[in-house]
Design a binder for this molecule. Structure first.
Ligand code: 9G3
Length: 569
């Protein structure tokens, strides 16, 4: 392609209010433009890369046995009523009415649509298992779209859905998808890790994994063991406090009432009583599906609300407001304690080990109680895994230190079981002629998010450094001055030669200063650059790769073979 005609509006300066490097570079290199918050246009260079990502995904999904189809964006909301999810997502589910007043949702995902489709046309075990996938625009009205393509309101997703006869079959399909995901992210030259994830409200009955690209703009926290390679999203991660973390506390003495004025937080209490946070047992009041509950947690630990929600088997969980706190404890939060509460008390099984007793709220404003021993002075209705893993914890498997990294979720695979097939009637007749529900899985990759994630991991101060399989072009030919007829002639000759050899090549035929050409070339990040400068008269050109500083001077005749060899590896 000739750059003079190419629609690639580069920006010299960093656009304001962009807080992710990928967002800045996508805008500066002229790959995307924002139409509205979280809504983007892909310009030619951005679209070329997106299509390359799509094709890698397509190839690997087909290699894993998936069949590509294409589902509508407009989904009758009857399906969402049938699946019972209509009310689950609130304003995030974008709805509209057609001219007849019928309500549709703009598809945020397609479990309902695909399951209704399969329910209609697959009835026999002979047609199972089957995995169908699409690459489709999704709509999710995020409250705060941000970081450019990393969290948009309209984005491109590959979503696949599998239908098996039984759980054993699903296990085989799940493993095949898992392997395909490894292939996909490896071919995109990404550093990624698969982590155990929380099945969340999608109600997956089985395991679920997320594929995370490590990056400091990632919104997820990944907990990884440095030795046994346990890895999980912090929403799900379990860990053990390091042994010296165990609260020593004094041996158990009788409970003592302390006057602790104006100590609404753990920090206030630590300061006033000159104790450590781990000697305090804080009592948090939550409302779970409308009912108040108490969670008792060590002062230096945090509640993992996802674990709490899953353990209680409720749909919603949130911290109680001040009125609710007063109604269950007679004291404002900060002075709430477990002794005397009449609501259910949940305690993390680690907290139960607080030897020597801890300091708790006295359920009386400006007072706390000391030497309170769980199981002696109060008992929890239930002990479970409610604590959020934190820095300093050790692996519960092998005791090694845990690492905490931020990650961008680029893929998510789920074992769904019968959650949708039951509701939407996807049943098949088994070999005995008996009707059985299909066992489903679903598998997503954020395609547009992947484009941004690749840039997050492949950039320097000059711009993007595309992994070769994804670059918009393989070679960038730059004649230093288009006023020099020799340089233009040789550049054109090399350009035609490479096109004939099937190489994707961009020729910078613009009438621009050399500096501008080189800056744009570094910004766009094409892997191989051929500069045709003053030595062209002697048939000498310069060869440079974007990810290396070294420059080679080559005879014009050897350029093609050098490019062919460099383009492959
Ligand atoms: C909604 C809205 C947002 C959503 C969903 C539904 C996330 C929703 C989970 C999934 C699960 C998998 C198939 C591909 C892989 C992920 N956000 N999820 O179901 F109505 Cl507004 O999408 N779906």
């Amino acid at each position: 392609m000739r750059q003079n005609t190419l629609f690639m509006p580069t920006l010299r300066d960093t656009p304001s209010e962009t807080d992710a490097i990928s967002h800045q570079l996508l805008l500066r290199a002229g790959l995307i433009r924002q139409l509205a918050a979280g809504v983007y246009s892909y310009l030619p260079m951005g679209w070329r890369v997106l299509r390359k990502i799509e094709n890698i995904v397509r190839q690997e999904m087909e290699r894993a046995g998936g069949q590509e189809l294409h589902l509508p964006v407009m989904q009758p909301t009857e399906l969402w009523h049938e699946s019972g999810r209509y009310a689950d997502y609130g304003p995030e589910l974008i709805r509209l009415k057609d001219r007849h007043g019928r309500e549709f949702a703009l598809g945020p995902t397609h479990e309902e649509v695909i399951t209704a489709l399969v329910a209609n046309d697959i009835k026999s075990y002979r047609k199972l298992p089957i995995t169908l996938f699409q690459i489709q625009t999704k709509f999710r009205d995020e409250r705060r779209p941000r970081y450019g393509l990393l969290r948009g309101r309209e984005f491109l997703m590959k979503d696949a859905y599998s239908f098996d006869m039984d759980w054993e079959g699903l296990d085989i399909t799940y493993k095949a998808m898992f392997k395909a995901y490894h292939q996909i992210f490896s071919r995109c030259d990404l550093r990624f890790t698969a982590v155990e994830a929380d099945a969340g409200t999608i109600g997956g009955e089985g395991e679920t994994h997320e594929f995370m690209v490590l990056s400091d703009v990632g919104e997820d926290t990944v907990v990884t063991c440095s030795s046994c390679h346990y890895s999980a999203n912090i929403e799900k991660a379990i860990s053990a406090p390091s042994s010296d973390e165990q609260s020593q506390g004094e041996h158990s003495e009788s409970v003592e009432k302390l006057h602790t004025p104006h100590t609404k937080t753990v920090e206030d209490l630590v300061k006033l009583l000159k104790v450590q946070a781990k000697d305090i047992l804080k009592t948090l009041i939550y409302v779970a599906d409308g009912d108040p509950i108490a969670v008792v947690m060590r002062g230096d630990h945090n509640v993992n609300e996802t674990k709490l929600l899953n353990d209680l088997g409720v749909t919603t969980i949130e911290l109680a407001d001040d009125v609710t706190v007063l109604s269950v404890s007679d004291a404002p939060h900060g002075y709430v304690g477990p002794i005397g509460l009449t609501i259910p008390i949940y305690m993390d099984h680690e907290e139960a080990k607080i030897v020597g007793g801890g300091i708790v709220g006295a359920n009386e404003e400006h007072y706390h109680l000391k030497h309170v021993v769980p199981g002696v002075h109060f008992s929890a209705n239930r002990q479970g895994e409610y604590r959020e893993a934190q820095e300093g914890d050790v692996c519960f498997h092998c005791g090694a230190p845990l690492q905490f990294d931020r990650g961008i979720e680029v893929g998510h695979v789920f074992k769904l079981g019968t959650k949708y097939s039951e509701k939407l009637g996807a049943k098949y007749l088994d070999v005995q002629g008996k009707e059985q529900p299909m066992i489903m899985g679903c598998y997503g990759i954020g395609i547009s998010r992947l484009l941004a994630a690749v840039i997050e991991q492949n950039n320097d101060e000059h711009g993007i450094i595309w992994p070769k399989p994804l670059a918009p072009f393989q070679v960038h030919i730059i004649p230093v001055s288009i006023k020099d007829s020799t340089q233009v002639a040789i550049a054109e000759q090399l350009y035609k030669q490479m096109i004939a050899a099937g190489i994707e090549v961009l020729l910078d035929d613009r009438d621009e200063r050399a500096g501008v050409k080189f800056k744009d070339s570094d910004l766009l990040g094409i892997p191989i650059r051929i500069v045709v400068g003053k030595d062209a008269i002697n048939g000498i050109v310069e060869f440079k790769e974007r990810h290396r500083d070294e420059r080679l001077t080559l005879d014009q005749e050897t350029v093609l073979s050098k490019v062919m060899e460099a383009a492959q590896n």
